[in-house]
Design a protein around this ligand. Structure first.
Ligand code: UD1
Length: 367
């Protein structure tokens, strides 16, 4: 489709969004019909949670970094809405694109809607059906004011339909998987990983950082007790939030000899470790879908997940932060036979670019 060059503002702020923006930016550059301005909220600021991803994944540098930093959820939202409002005036974009369900996502969505600028949501329609989860509130707020919905799964499309949203809804697959389908040369070899981390035999790759698994002492305690009792080595890149929680709750005694704690890792090293692991224990949505891609089973230490396709095919199992359930699942886990690419086929970015241009052409040019 021929069209004029539209300006879009892409908003990122937290680690998983850098991965998603990397994939979409590549598709935008390849297509050539959109001009992208990247705005970084500054929600994540440590180099290994932020800057390193821009370097490693060749993301165009953000034109703005609003330096919001860590604060309570409402303070983060308020600071970002205020700062982002000025960017919207200065840049006057044709559309704003937000990703996922972080505080950055919800704040950008609210500010954009209040300025009556078209808003696209990548990873729309996902639900965990529990408003006690901070990300669930962000998902609900964002989808309530979105104009153009990009759903990673059919479940996302169905959830929107249940809320009466059926127009401008597109099933695209998951954007972060585009990177995995696209690049086969950046993996680190298994032998190199084993030597680097002293990994013997089968090992488990683990992540843990969700609000309820860090704020609630009993949950973190139960998770660490389960890990300590396993016969496998477990490699855990430690999110700063979890590191602080172990200190605050005084849980150092639960870190067993089999638990290898490392700093947050770069993207391709994470993918390589995940690919070669026996299984993953995680509360991260990103890891669940990446594990599915690598055909590595996931044990979810959370009460629910929005990646139901992985659960239905048997690649992911929800056990919650429950010591006995984690141990039982690790012991009994089986690799499923079927794998249907239900979370994406690597062409999500192309679909999004096409639909963004179609939408803007329809709403801005044809009046
Ligand atoms: C946020 C998202 C979560 C996403 C995760 C990815 C929300 C509500 N949550 O969680 O959905 O899965 O990012 O990592 O938006 N901190 C640092 N350095 C940093 C950033 C944070 O030390 O660069 C510490 C601070 O103590 C901060 C805490 O981590 O208070 C939590 O950070 P925050 O951005 O609020 O949420 P995440 O747990 O990272």
């Amino acid at each position: 489709m021929q069209s004029k060059n539209y300006k879009i503002v892409t908003v990122v702020g937290a680690r998983p969004q850098f991965v998603k923006a990397a994939a979409l930016s590549k598709a935008i550059l390849f297509d050539g019909r959109l001009t992208e301005v990247i705005v970084h909220s500054g929600q994540h600021y440590d180099h290994n949670l932020s800057g390193s991803f821009f370097d490693e994944l060749d993301i165009p540098p953000p034109k703005y970094n609003l330096g919001i930093g860590s604060a309570s959820h409402n303070v983060q939202l308020a600071k970002f809405i205020t700062a982002f409002d000025t960017i919207l005036t200065d840049e006057a974009p044709d559309m704003v694109i937000v990703y996922g369900d972080t505080n950055t996502t919800a704040a950008a969505a609210i500010a954009t809607a209040k300025r009556n600028i078209p808003l696209a949501h990548v990873e729309a329609g996902l639900r965990e059906w529990n408003k006690a989860i901070p990300e669930e509130v962000n998902k609900l707020l964002t989808d309530a004011v979105t104009d153009l919905y990009f759903c990673p799964t059919q479940t996302g499309v169905d959830n929107l339909a249940k809320s009466g949203i059926t127009a401008n809804v597109h099933l695209t697959g998951d954007i972060s998987l585009d990177l995995l389908y696209g690049e086969n040369t950046k993996y680190i070899s298994e032998s190199e990983l084993r030597a680097k981390y002293g990994l013997r035999d089968l090992y488990i790759f683990m992540t843990c950082h969700r609000d309820r698994n860090t704020v609630i002492k009993e949950n973190l305690e139960s998770i660490l007790e389960a890990i300590k009792s396993l016969s496998y080595q477990v490699l855990l890149p430690l999110h700063p939030r979890t590191k602080k929680a172990i200190d605050t709750h005084e849980l150092h005694h639960l870190i067993g000899d089999n638990l290898i704690l490392v700093e947050p890792l770069p993207f391709w090293e994470t993918q390589s470790l995940l690919k070669h692991s026996h299984l993953t224990i995680t509360d991260s949505g990103g890891i669940i879908k990446e594990a599915y891609f690598h055909k590595t089973p996931s044990i979810i230490i959370d009460q629910q997940t929005e990646w139901l396709e992985a659960v239905h095919e048997g690649w992911a199992t929800v056990v919650g932060p429950d010591k006995e359930a984690i141990i039982k699942e690790v012991t009994e886990i089986k690799r499923p036979q079927s794998h249907t690419q239900a979370l994406g086929d690597g062409r999500c970015g192309v679909r999004i670019v096409e639909e963004v241009i179609r939408y803007l052409h329809k709403t801005l040019d044809v009046k």
